[in-house]
Design a protein around this ligand. Structure first.
Ligand SMILES: *Cc1c(COP(=O)(O)O)cnc(C)c1O
Length: 354
């Protein structure tokens, strides 16, 4: 079967986009910052704005060095390729994005295998990790990397507590494994936990954060870690075609996001809580109480599948995403206001009643 690229339906405008926090458009002020950007050749190390972004992210995350990448997916692939060898095994939660949603990249590019760990809300314990570690022998794949996702996307945007990360990293390091964090939404976690980002990621050897989720930039992610790791990672960035040219324009949008869009993530979390409360009051719908900006809901009690529910909302200008037969996700972000949350709930109530 071939993959059919799907073109969006442009005939009915989307007014309230709860599909994903990737849907945000750069604001006018962000675009102004992009226009002002000094630029050079990122691949050759002469783009000053990209360097400024990397320095800022390294400082924010308390790591030695950082590199600018086009996407978070590429950060994960480059990190895996740099940490692991073909035949290695990565231990990650069984619902992790890196396993389910990156087109098999770790298998195709690095030749690694996964061991999926169970755990509530996308989070596994140090005990679960310990149980999954095999004695070293020539029969078993070398276990070289533990991967954690902060926040846990399919876990409902749940946050790993610093103590949980610490315990998991302790077991990993005891066994000679590195810890890599998929920090697509790590700043949502830092804001929700009320802890500095550098403290949230302190026990992880490598980490990346996405600028195209809640931070609202049009493109980019930054991978951070020890200088020697980032040095090695550059070869993979080059090899995979991730080295850019005048990256400064996009880096400027990311710098703008660091300056203006972190603290306001708390608004997205408040909006998500209000959305979950409102949806939970619609007969037949149950909504999980969110910790951050992702609201997972279940439509089974309405007699509608999640796809049917989403399909009825779309012509009315509201989008949500579908995860399973009756499970869907609504996501808050900087392009959705508190008033629009109330409006969306009213529209949802209407389509369920119809
Ligand atoms: C979005 C996402 C990614 C991939 O990031 P892109 O920038 O879209 O490539 C990886 N992990 C998680 C948890 C995500 O939500």
């Amino acid at each position: 079967m071939t993959y059919e690229p799907k073109r969006a339906d442009f005939s009915v405008p989307v007014r309230i986009d709860l599909y994903s926090d990737t849907q945000t458009r750069p604001s006018r002020a962000m675009k102004e910052a992009m226009l002002q950007a000094e630029m050079g050749d990122e691949q050759g190390g002469s783009d000053p704005t990209v360097w400024e972004l990397c320095d800022r992210v390294a400082a924010l995350l308390g790591k030695q060095a950082a590199m600018f990448m086009p996407t978070g997916t590429m950060c994960n692939q480059v990190a895996v390729a740099t940490h692991c060898r073909p035949g290695d095994e990565i231990l990650a939660h069984r619902d992790a994005h890196i396993q389910s949603s990156e087109a098999g990249g770790p298998g195709a590019i690095t030749g690694v295998m996964f061991r999926g760990l169970p755990g509530d809300r996308g989070i596994f314990t140090a005990g679960t990790l310990r149980n999954a570690i095999r004695p070293i022998s020539r029969y078993s794949p070398p276990q070289s990397l533990v991967e954690v996702e902060q926040t846990a996307n399919k876990g409902g945007g749940a946050c790993w507590q610093v103590a949980e990360l610490h315990a998991v990293a302790e077991v990993a390091h005891e066994h000679g494994m590195k810890v890599h964090m998929d920090g697509a939404r790590v700043l949502n976690a830092a804001v929700a936990l009320g802890v500095a980002a550098s403290e949230v990621v302190a026990d992880c050897d490598t980490v990346w954060l996405d600028f195209t989720k809640g931070l609202g930039a049009p493109l980019g992610a930054v991978l951070a870690g020890p200088s020697d790791f980032i040095g090695e990672a550059w070869r993979w960035k080059q090899r995979l075609g991730g080295s850019m040219r005048q990256g400064g324009m996009n880096a400027a949008a990311c710098i703008y996001a660091l300056q203006h869009n972190i603290d306001r993530l708390a608004e997205d979390h408040a909006n998500a809580a209000a959305l979950a409360r409102g949806m939970g009051q619609i007969p037949g719908i149950t909504a999980e109480t969110p910790e951050t900006n992702l609201v997972f809901f279940d439509t089974a009690g309405t007699g509608l599948t999640a796809a049917e529910f989403a399909g009825r909302l779309r012509p009315l200008g509201v989008t949500v995403s579908v995860s399973d037969t009756f499970r869907g996700r609504a996501c808050t972000h900087l392009d959705v206001s508190a008033a629009q949350i109330q409006e969306a709930v009213a529209i949802m109530r209407g389509v369920v009643a119809a």
